[in-house]
Design a protein around this ligand. Structure first.
Ligand code: NAD
Length: 336
């Protein structure tokens, strides 16, 4: 087996705990790997870098093309610009792909949830263009470009076609944001009509869409939406299958891909050894598939499914009492 080089960004808060668990699992599953560990986020500043996204980190992802990343903390209402937004824009990681699935052994209100959220990752209100017009009046600019809207729509339809998915639902608010969300819809419609009429296509105004998601998430297949909606709907959907501890993600571009859980740095539980590492481990499975290491990916998937199914070593967010290490030990034992 060829040796892979993967950039590992531990991140902030629970990031180092959950990424080191993922690293252990990947190695135990037999991947030949050289890790290039580099900082981002508040940790980078603590380590003496003058930037939350050091050039070395960015350059390593460009060079090696694949990274596994822990969450990073972003100050609320002040301070530096989100590292995630900077990273996604700098590397044009235009598609966030977030599978949301029911897992055996995790009891929730719904069975058989199996959806994939595809979120535009480079523009919208995350462009970070905010201005004070006059004292007491501020604006935030929502940016939509035909290029990015078409690019994400084409990605979603291609993804759906390759994965044998049947339907794409676009969540939007084009009744209010007629130009920006209107452009997003027009681009999605055009890609559907011109390139992928094989996929069923549906549009829902996002408020009604959220209600329908809660009523019966099994009616949805692939969800396509712009940046902010994708962020919110990802956490909402996580809540339908057991929470943020079980929803992985990938940020995909044409030249690089960064794999990370949907969850954040969880400062409330950081350093306590109780974070669920599964979402990052599931993100690592997506990464291994992306690297064409499907055998190792499947081995890890079988192992975590077995741990969840026997239910003895669940972390607290899933109703158990296990810590991060205990859960990881149980998973590694199933790999043997
Ligand atoms: P969060 O996702 O960090 O936490 C929300 C809740 O879920 C908390 O109660 C937390 O304890 C729990 N939780 C999250 N992950 C968990 C896990 N693996 N195991 C068990 N419980 C878990 O969201 P937040 O509190 O809104 O944000 C905290 C920080 O994370 C903020 O600075 C935010 O900007 C950042 N953030 C970063 C990313 C990223 O780097 N990709 C994503 C989201 C939020």
């Amino acid at each position: 087996m060829a040796k892979h080089t993967i950039v590992l960004i531990p991140g902030d808060g629970i990031g180092p705990e959950v990424t080191s668990a993922a690293r252990r699992v990947i190695e135990a599953a037999g991947l030949q790997v050289e890790w290039v560990e580099l900082p981002a986020g508040a940790t980078a500043l603590e380590q003496g870098h003058d930037n939350v996204l050091p050039q070395r980190t960015l350059a390593a992802i460009k060079a090696h093309k694949v990274a596994l990343k822990g969450p990073v903390t972003t100050p609320v209402g002040k301070g530096f610009r989100s590292v995630n937004v900077q990273l996604r824009q700098a590397l044009t990681l235009y598609a966030a792909v977030r599978p949301v699935r029911s897992l055996n052994g995790i009891k929730t209100k719904y069975d058989n949830v199996d959806m994939v959220i595809i979120r535009e990752n480079t523009e919208g209100l995350y462009s970070g263009i905010e201005n004070e017009v006059v004292a007491g009046v501020v604006t935030s600019l929502k940016v939509a470009t035909e290029l990015a809207c078409t690019r994400i729509a084409r990605y979603a339809f291609r993804y759906a076609t390759r994965r044998g998915r049947k339907k794409i639902t676009v969540f939007h608010k084009a009744n209010i944001m007629k130009m920006t969300d209107g452009l997003f819809l027009n681009c999605a419609r055009k890609i559907h009509e011109d390139e992928y009429p094989n996929i069923e296509y549906e549009e829902l105004i996002i408020d009604a869409g959220c209600m329908k998601l809660i009523q019966d998430p099994t009616k949805f297949d692939v969800l396509l939406m712009e940046n902010l909606y994708g962020d919110l709907v990802s956490d909402l959907c996580a809540g339908l299958v057991g929470g943020l501890g079980v929803v992985p993600g990938a940020n995909i571009g044409d030249d690089a891909a960064v794999f990370e859980a949907v969850h954040g740095s969880a400062p409330d539980i950081a350093g306590k050894g109780i974070a669920n590492p599964l979402a990052v481990i599931m993100s690592a499975v997506m990464m291994l598939n992306h690297m064409h290491e499907e055998g190792i990916a499947q081995k890890i998937k079988n192992a975590y499914n077995a741990v969840l199914a026997d239910g003895k070593t669940l972390t607290r967010d899933l109703g158990g009492t296990a810590g991060t290490n205990e859960f990881t030990d149980a998973l590694v034992a199933k790999l043997k």
